[in-house]
Structure formats: C-alpha cells, structure tokens
Design a protein around this ligand. Structure first.
Ligand code: ADP
Ligand code: MG
Length: 368
C-alpha cells in the first residue's frame, strides 16, 4: 500500500540528506508509528507519501502509483485517498465545524445529499455531534483536532497520515485522540502516525519504524496476528510519563472491545487481554494495487462520459460514488470501510473538473 524503495531525500540548500536510503513497505490496514527525535525525517517521510515533493533518488509507491511518475495534474486526485492531520490542526478559522468538514467534500464536487449525510456521520464518529455550528476558536484543542480528523476521514480515505497529532494536547486528550485513531484503523484505514514520544509506542502491539538522522534504525512489528505471547504491560513504568500511560491504556481497551465485538463507542471498565482481530492488518495482495493503477489510468480516457453520469446521479439525489456512501452500523458505531479506488474516482473526477476545481486541491486538501 505504501512502499519506499531506496528513498533518499535531500532538501534544497541542505548538506545532509533528510532521509537516506529508506526501504520499507506498509501493508493495507496497518497502524504504523513513525518515531524519532525532532529532525530525524518523520515529516519528510509523510510529505513524500503525500507527494508534496518527490525523492531525490529512489521510488515511493502509494496505492499502486509510482509517485515519481505521477503527473502533477493527477496529484489532487491521488490525494483524495489520503487524509492527513497535523499537530496544529489547520482548521479554517472563519468556518463552522460543519463547514470545515464539509469543505473538503465540496471541493471534490460531492453532492449536497452526500455532504448532509457524511459530515454529521464523521462528526459523530469523532464524538462531536451537537457542535456543528461552533467556530474553531470556541473549541478546546482536543476538539479542534477531532474536527481535523473528521475532515481527514469524511471522504473515507484509504490512508490516514498523522504528523504529531497529539503534540499540542494534554495527556488525557492525547489518549482520546489515540483511541480515535485506533478506532479509525480498526475500520480498515491504514494509519501512519509520526511522533517523537517514542516511549509508549514500544509497548503497543503496533509496528514501529524508528528514524535517526534520516536512517531507519528499527522496524519492528509487535507480536503477530493472533500471537498473544507478548502482551503489552498494562502498567507502564513511571518514567514513560502520563501521556504514554493514558494513551496506551485507551488503545488497549479499545482493542479489547473490538476483539470482543463490543460497541467500541461504549465506555468499558477494564482491559484484560488484547487479542488482535486477524483482519485488521491482512496482507494486501500485490495484484490489487496493479489493478487500481490501471483503473485510474483508464479513467482518464473516459472523463467526459463519466461527467455526464455523475451529474445525472446528483440529480437523483444519489452520489457519484455509491461505494463511498456512509454506512450506518446497527451498533451506533460508524464503520469506516476502506474504499476502493475503483469505486471512487471516475465520476467524481469528472464533476471536479467541470467545477474547475481540478488542481485546486492544495487549499483544502491534506496539505491545507
Ligand atoms: P521531523 O519531522 O522528524 O522533525 P523533518 O522531516 O521535518 O524531521 O526534517 C528532517 C531534516 O530535514 C531536518 O534536518 C530538517 O531541518 C530538514 N528539512 C525538512 N524540511 C525541509 C525543507 N523544506 N527544506 C530544507 N530542509 C528541510
Ligand atoms: Mg516533523
């Protein structure tokens, strides 16, 4: 799903490369911590995945696309499949919570009925129902980050990138945000989270890629799927800090709830054991990526025809991408199945182009 092949990134005007010879692959459904001290290259890594810039040498392949050869014209479409959140939230200060989340859908030409349904569902998922009309400055830091997360996932991206998402938050709020990211991951979204707070991630049954001065010095998967021999210690030592302990406990509790089939929105009392659902990180077949790439490529040639279809669908009050319709789960939990590129792209691309929104993604996309 994300593959770095001998990637070196040298920023202009710098002597040492920010990243040196990175070589790793992240599978669909994984939750990966990218850790390392400030300046070790975490953000550069995420920016390469987002194709904010390309590598100096090597190749970055994301969702079956070789980003080194992806044309600039296609970048905004590519980025629709990736949500991102940042340490500083990056909300539009003069828009309400609802508008902030809706904006990313409007820009890609989603229908009004779809927006009216998808935005409240995304806000409910992040625990912000009832706050639709608030302005960002009326919210706490944690709430603002929830809005940013709702905005990042409202279009059901296959990948969620989080760059120090808890960096500006207190320990308890950080734990909430971690829990939220884990919940999103449990719905099938691949999550890559950069953090310099390396202490607590060591104990979690998640993959950790550690960078030091642009070099991978560790790449560890925690336990195996169904492997319960290395259960994390539920009582982190005092040296790991309050953030670490709170976040760890929250995530473990959530994993337990998921594994036992409970409503993960409910508050449960204790965390006892932590089996990992086997389908959470099922390896991705290589062929799937190839198919996705081909489909995306062929969509180019049918854009005109697809536009007509999309407009007709909107007139019906349906959306251009039936596969991306919000699902209402009976438990009250909003499930977030990953969307196939095949199901997305074609019609929406036509609409976006008609609206002259193509290439305008920078304003509100993951790089906003
Ligand atoms: P981290 O996110 O782990 O703090 P970064 O990826 O931001 O690390 O930075 C890695 C190295 O690359 C640092 O030395 C930083 O100064 C440098 N760097 C990052 N972005 C740029 C840029 N746009 N121009 C020049 N140097 C950069
Ligand atoms: Mg950074």
């Amino acid at each position: 799903m994300i593959r770095f092949e001998n990637v070196t990134k040298r920023h202009r005007g710098t002597k040492n490369p920010a990243l040196s010879d990175l070589d790793f692959e992240i599978q669909r459904g994984e939750f990966v911590f990218l850790v390392g001290p400030s300046g070790s290259g975490k953000s550069s890594c995420l920016r390469l995945i987002l194709r904010e810039y390309g590598p100096t040498t090597g190749r970055v392949v994301v969702l079956g696309r070789d980003l080194t050869t992806l044309s600039t014209r296609k970048v905004p479409y590519f980025r629709r499949h990736i949500g991102s959140v940042f340490q500083d939230f990056r909300l539009l200060p003069n828009k309400t919570v609802f508008q902030n989340v809706a904006f990313s859908l409007q820009v890609i030409g989603s229908s009004r009925p779809f927006i009216r349904q998808a935005v409240p569902e995304a806000l409910a998922l992040v625990g912000l129902d009832g706050k639709e009309k608030r302005m960002p400055h009326e919210l706490s830091g944690g709430e603002q980050q929830r809005v940013a997360i709702a905005r990042a996932i409202v279009n059901r991206p296959q990948i969620l990138l989080a760059d120090e998402p808890t960096g500006n938050l207190d320990p308890a709020t950080s734990a909430d945000i971690m829990q939220l990211l884990a919940r999103i991951n449990s719905g099938g979204t691949t999550v890559v989270m950069a953090t310099h707070e390396a202490g607590f991630v060591d104990q979690m049954r998640r993959r950790v890629i550690e960078l030091s001065q642009g070099v991978v010095i560790r790449d560890e998967s925690k336990g195996g799927y169904g492997d319960t021999t290395s259960l994390p210690n539920l009582a982190p030592g005092p040296e790991r800090g309050a953030t670490a302990a709170a976040a760890l406990t929250a995530v473990l509790e959530l994993q337990r709830q998921i594994a036992e089939g409970e409503d993960v929105g409910a508050v449960a009392a204790e965390a006892t054991h932590v089996p990992v659902a086997p389908d959470v990180a099922a390896p991705e077949p290589v062929e799937a990526d190839a198919t996705v790439g081909e489909t995306a490529a062929s969509s180019e040639t049918t854009e005109d025809g697809a536009t007509v279809g999309a407009v007709a669908a909107e007139a019906d009050g349906t959306t251009a991408a039936p596969g991306a319709e919000p699902a209402s789960a009976p438990t009250g939990v909003i499930d977030l199945p990953p969307i196939d590129l095949v199901e997305l792209g074609i019609d929406e691309e036509g609409v976006a182009e008609r609206l002259g929104l193509e290439g305008n993604d920078d304003e509100v996309g993951p790089t906003a």
